[in-house]
Design a protein around this ligand. Structure first.
Ligand code: DAV
Length: 366
C-alpha cells in the first residue's frame, strides 16, 4: 500500500509536490471578479488573449529550474496537463470568452492531510482549471487507497455573486484601503467562494484570508466541513488588493512567521500567535521596485518562498534581501531563478501545490 498524499502545513519535510505549467496561458478578459484585481494603472487593463509565446517558454524554463532543484533533493515532482485555455466556456449560469492557465496550482488545490480538494474559485475564467490536475488526481486515487479526492461545492458565479459597479476607474488607493479595512470586497455572500492560496494550513488550525478572492461564507463552509479544525478569518488592512495569503503572512517553521510590513496582521488577530510564543517578523524589502511585465502580483512575491523543511527554504534568485534575512533567521537558502514565471500567477509557493510532507496533524495553538 502506497501513501502518496499527506500534508498538514507548509514547513514539514517536502517529499512530493505539483509544479504548474505555463503552456497556452491566456490573459483573461475582464469579468466581474477580475476587473477588481487589475490595478487601474496596470498595462494589462483592457487587454486579453494568449500570452506571447516567448514569455510562455521563458516561464516554463523558470519552472524547470524549480523542478530540477526539487528533484536533485529527492522530491518527487508531478506536473499538470494543460488544456487549450484560449477557448470560450459556458455553464447554465454564465459564459466567459476564455479560460486562463494552469498556473498557479496553489490557487486551485488545497491539501489537508490525505485529502486534496479543488477550490471554489471566484473567477469565471478559472472555473475549469481543475481539469488540468485531474489526471494526477486519478493517478493518486488509483495508487493511494487512503487518498480523498474532493471538489468543494461549485459556486454558480451568476451576477449575484459580485457587487455591481464595485469597480470604478476613479477610485483612489486611499479609498481602496478604506474598503479593505471595512472588509468591503467585490464578492457577495450568496455562496461560498475561495481560492486555495488564501488558506494557510497549520495543523489543526486553518488561517484564511478574507479578501477579493475569498468571502465570509467560505469561512463558515470551512468550519462546517472541518468540524475538528479551528478556522480563523484573517484580514490585512494595509493591502489594497488582498488576494492570497502567501505574499503577506508566511510561516517558515513552527514558531516563526514573516509578515509583509505593509500588511501587518491586526493586533487582535496577533493574540493567538503571541499566546503560543510564535514570533511574527517583518519580511525583508523586495529587491525590485516593479513586478515584471504583464504580472498581476506585487513586488512582494519576494517573500513567496517554498519551505522544504524547517531549516531549508527556496527563495527567488534575485531577492537578495529576502535571502539574507532567511539566512539570519537560521534557514539554509536555496536560490531559484523564477522571476519570469511571476506573470503567470506567482512565485515559488504559488507555483506549487503540496502532495506529501512528512509529519502529522499537530496542535500548534493549544
Ligand atoms: O502581493 O500581489 C500575490 C499572491 C499570489 N498568490 C500580491 C499577492
Amino acid at each position: 500500500m502506497t501513501k502518496i498524499v499527506s500534508s498538514w502545513n507548509d514547513w514539514d519535510p517536502l517529499k512530493r509536490v505539483i509544479v504548474g505549467r505555463c503552456d497556452n496561458s491566456v490573459i483573461p478578459p475582464e469579468e466581474p471578479a477580475t476587473s477588481e484585481k487589475v490595478p487601474v494603472d496596470s498595462e494589462m487593463r483592457g487587454m486579453w488573449g494568449l500570452r506571447p509565446l516567448e514569455t510562455v517558454e521563458r516561464g516554463n524554463e523558470c519552472l524547470e529550474n524549480l523542478v530540477k532543484i526539487l528533484e536533485d533533493r529527492g522530491v518527487i515532482v508531478d506536473r499538470p496537463t494543460p488544456l487549450q485555455w484560449n477557448q470560450a466556456i459556458g455553464t447554465p449560469d454564465f459564459r466567459n470568452d476564455s479560460m486562463m492557465t494552469c498556473m498557479p496550482p496553489r490557487d486551485i488545490l488545497l491539501t489537508v492531510g490525505n485529502e486534496i480538494m479543488a477550490a471554489a474559485n471566484s473567477f469565471r475564467c478559472r472555473y475549469f482549471e481543475y481539469l488540468a490536475y485531474w489526471p494526477l488526481m486519478e493517478q493518486y486515487f488509483e495508487e493511494d487507497p487512503e487518498f480523498k479526492w474532493t471538489q468543494a461545492p461549485r459556486p454558480r458565479l451568476t451576477d449575484k455573486s459580485y457587487k455591481h459597479n464595485y469597480y470604478d476607474e476613479k477610485i483612489t488607493l486611499e479609498e481602496r484601503l478604506v474598503r479593505t479595512a471595512n472588509k468591503d470586497f467585490v464578492t457577495t455572500e450568496v455562496e461560498p467562494m475561495w481560492d486555495a492560496a488564501d488558506v494557510m494550513r497549520m495543523g489543526k488550525d486553518l488561517f484564511i484570508q478574507h479578501g477579493l478572492t475569498t468571502n465570509r461564507a467560505a469561512m463558515d463552509w470551512f468550519q462546517r466541513y472541518y468540524p475538528d479544525f479551528r478556522v480563523h478569518a484573517v484580514n490585512f488592512p494595509g493591502d489594497p488588493y488582498p488576494i492570497h495569503i502567501d505574499a503577506t503572512f508566511v510561516p517558515l517553521r513552527p514558531g516563526l512567521i514573516i509578515n509583509n510590513p505593509h500588511r501587518p496582521l491586526p493586533e487582535e488577530q496577533r493574540a493567538i500567535f503571541e499566546a503560543n510564543d510564535w514570533q511574527i517578523v517583518e519580511a525583508a524589502q523586495p529587491a525590485h521596485t516593479e513586478p515584471p511585465a504583464l504580472c498581476y502580483s506585487s513586488v512582494w512575491l519576494s517573500m513567496n518562498c517554498l519551505v522544504l523543511d524547517p531549516k531549508t527554504v527556496i527563495v527567488e534568485a534575485s531577492e537578495v534581501y529576502q535571502q539574507e534575512q532567511m539566512d539570519k533567521l537560521g534557514m539554509n537558502v536555496i536560490p531559484c531563478d523564477l522571476r519570469d514565471a511571476y506573470p503567470f500567477g506567482g512565485g515559488l509557493h504559488c507555483s506549487t501545490a503540496d502532495v506529501y510532507r512528512e509529519g502529522d496533524c499537530l496542535d500548534y495553538f493549544p
